[in-house]
Design a protein around this ligand. Structure first.
Ligand code: FCB
Length: 440
């Protein structure tokens, strides 16, 4: 790595992020079925129809995995709690094994001197709630607040930070408009509703945690730099619209109590009744904002239905996801979010990282491209700090190679290699480099 801890402010935190369904092994410990299980079981949705039933078996190997975090000299661990593990029916009676699991995990982190940063929902919606319309049904907001009270009633006294929902854009647009994630819908009405309800649920959960006396509550959104594919006015307009429904929709709701006009051009006829009255809940005050950032997209106009555009391949070097590497986008978002929305609120980069082939040879994985990627993005963070943006921490995605959703186990994002035949863990060169850079 080109940096050490000393290049950052004393209180700057370094972490790694994971999510429950991607690592735990959903088949263990009495967890209920989720919409990801049925999505994965439907032909054509997921590479080789792989699912999270075993994943990294973190459910049983959590202690050794927490040792890996400690060994990398990290300060904080961002993980998520599975709704269906805690409440197998989505509502009603909790699964004691599920509560015990997160209880052990939090204590295990504290014992190792690591701060627990919890995300309540990272995409595995309990199937019984999906049956009732999932994020399309307004009732989800109340059910989510109940889940929040149940899990935080058990661990909320010891967590360092909490955010309700990982990446509202993925829950809404990617899953209901593009159909690429569960529940795999392609429907504008479903999308408009899901995107609004996900913010409403964010608000009800935030209120529930405040009422329990919890502090350090935030939100985690994902951002993609939208660049026009050519010099023309139409491409510029297309990129602006992409930016509006991807990057501005949720921030506008959370921090301004409104949605961008450009998005409402498509969504207005499909919004749920009374949506304008929900902003008081949605705008529940926050203590920080988390930004997940990976790439940029080139956007070209087309004659299709709203939003009337498509992505085209760009010229920059790409990761194994086919995502262009564009660290300037991170600098753009950190400065823009601070200036236009959060105004001095602490910001965290809650996810950033890359997928690479990462071959295990003679017990080692040489992943120099990942080291370079992290270096380049941390340089962008340092530029933002120099400009006075209050960035307080950086989490790399991910600690372990894991279940990369519709792409199954092929795409490796970890600092630690996982052999999915025997689940053996091997720290990669990036892990060792990070451990050296962060040594105190
Ligand atoms: C983010 C997700 C995370 C992982 C990375 C690669 O959008 O939050 O679960 O899939 O992308």
């Amino acid at each position: 790595m080109q940096f050490t801890r000393a290049d950052f402010p004393d209180d700057f935190l370094f972490g790694a992020a994971t999510s429950s369904y991607q690592i735990e092994g959903h088949g263990f410990g009495g967890a209920g079925p989720t919409h990801w299980d049925s999505f994965a079981a439907t032909p054509g949705n997921v590479v080789r129809a792989e699912n999270g039933a075993v994943a990294c078996d973190h459910y049983h190997r959590w202690a050794a995995d927490l040792d890996l975090l400690r060994g990398a000299n990290l300060d904080v661990y961002r993980f998520s709690t599975s709704w269906a593990r805690v409440l197998p029916e989505g509502t009603g009676t909790p699964n004691p094994e599920g509560l015990d699991f997160y209880d052990r995990l939090v204590d295990g982190l504290l014992e190792r001197g690591l701060k627990p940063a919890v995300t309540l929902y990272h995409w595995e919606l309990p199937a019984p709630l999906a049956d009732k319309g999932g994020w399309r049904n307004r009732d989800i907001a109340g059910h989510f607040a109940d889940f929040t009270e149940t899990i935080m009633g058990r661990i909320g006294d010891r967590v360092w930070s909490a955010a309700p929902i990982n990446e509202p854009w993925c829950v809404g647009w990617l899953s209901h408009f593009l159909g690429q994630h569960a529940p795999g819908m392609r429907d504008i009405r479903a999308t408009a509703r899901a995107m609004h309800h996900v913010l409403l649920a964010h608000g009800t959960a935030t209120q529930a945690m405040r009422a329990m006396g919890m502090t350090n509550l935030g939100a985690v959104c994902n951002f993609e730099f939208a660049a026009p594919a050519d010099q023309g006015a139409e491409a510029a307009r297309a990129a602006r619209l992409y930016d509006a429904y991807y990057n501005r929709f949720f921030l506008s709701g959370l921090f301004r109590g409104e949605y961008p006009d450009a998005v409402m051009e498509g969504f207005a006829p499909h919004m749920p009744a009374g949506w304008q009255d929900d902003f008081e809940v949605i705008r529940a005050p926050l203590d920080w904002l988390g930004l997940n950032y990976y790439t940029r997209k080139l956007i070209a106009p087309d004659a299709g239905a709203w939003p009337g555009h498509h992505e085209v391949a760009g010229p920059l070097p790409k990761t194994a996801m086919g995502w262009e590497i564009h660290p300037d986008g991170l600098l753009h978002f950190l400065t823009w979010v601070d200036r236009d929305f959060t105004r001095g609120l602490p910001l965290y980069v809650t996810e950033n990282g890359m997928a690479a082939p990462d071959l295990l040879r003679d017990g080692a994985v040489d992943d120099q491209p990942r080291i370079d990627y992290i270096d380049a993005h941390l340089a962008a963070v340092r530029q933002a700090l120099d400009l006075g943006v209050p960035v307080k921490g950086y989490f790399t995605w991910s600690l372990l190679d894991n279940y990369e959703w519709a792409l199954g186990y092929d795409k490796r994002f970890g600092l630690v290699h996982v052999d999915f035949d025997n689940l053996e863990r091997t720290p990669k060169a990036s892990y060792h480099a990070l451990a050296r850079a962060l040594a105190r």
